[in-house]
Write a protein that binds this ligand. Structure first.
Ligand code: URA
Length: 216
């Protein structure tokens, strides 16, 4: 039932549907973050990986933490998983990466790509929440079990949670598989995780032709 309400509400909202009324907080958050030393991840990182994309987008995409390529370039999802993410966005939602806002639960690379520790997630959470406030997305796409568990502080795995609506700080959030998992398991289908009406809404405002009416 709530799925129908949510998909009804967010139908047609992607991207830039809020008429440019975003809060330009991003520079302030970056400067507050500074040369962050708030957790142990600072000692091995090369770059803080803040976030990229359109800060006015209605869609925020959230991963777990930077890998080696991201740490080197200072941008999220620029390695192989990033290329897969671009495909997911394009093929499932009809969106280019520049049309969404992409960030991670932690902004510094965990050594050897281990999962971020709870205290690292907590040290970074205020910045994530400030970014959320600044961007004010209408929907969050949560990539993979690590990000999902970190955000929702739940032991539930992504295989059960995928495609089921949650709410994070009052924002509808949809967990789905991480693109790195999809690289290893190409048979998995993430299209089924994203309600058809969300997909149609995305495509319509992406400049494509108006889609046929949503299926019941
Ligand atoms: N995986 C993530 O979760 N985030 C990145 O930025 C890159 C890979």
């Amino acid at each position: 039932k709530s799925l129908v309400l949510l998909t009804g509400d967010i139908h047609g909202l992607f991207p830039d549907s809020r008429g440019g009324g975003f809060v330009p907080l991003e520079p302030a958050i970056r400067s507050e973050l500074g040369d962050c030393q708030r957790c142990g991840l600072c000692s091995a990182r090369r770059n803080i990986v803040f976030g990229v994309g359109d800060p006015r987008s209605s869609l925020m995409v959230i991963g777990e933490g930077p890998g080696a390529s991201e740490d080197r370039e200072g941008k999220p999802f620029v390695g192989r998983a990033g290329q897969m993410l671009d495909k997911m966005l394009l093929h499932v939602l009809g969106l280019e990466r520049s049309e969404v806002y992409i960030l991670n639960v932690v902004k510094c690379r965990p050594p050897k790509n281990r999962n971020p520790l709870p205290e690292e997630v907590e040290a970074c959470r205020p910045f994530l929440e400030s970014q959320l406030q600044a961007v004010q997305p209408k929907l969050m796409l949560v990539l993979g079990g690590v990000a999902f568990k970190a955000l929702f502080q739940t032991p539930q795995g992504i295989t059960r949670a995928r495609g089921t609506w949650r709410s994070y700080a009052g924002i509808p959030a949809l967990p789905t598989f991480h693109p790195a998992y999809l690289l290893r398991n190409p048979a998995e289908d993430v299209v089924v995780d994203v309600p058809r009406r969300v997909q149609l809404g995305a495509r319509r405002s992406n400049g494509a032709q108006a889609p046929p009416p949503p299926q019941p």
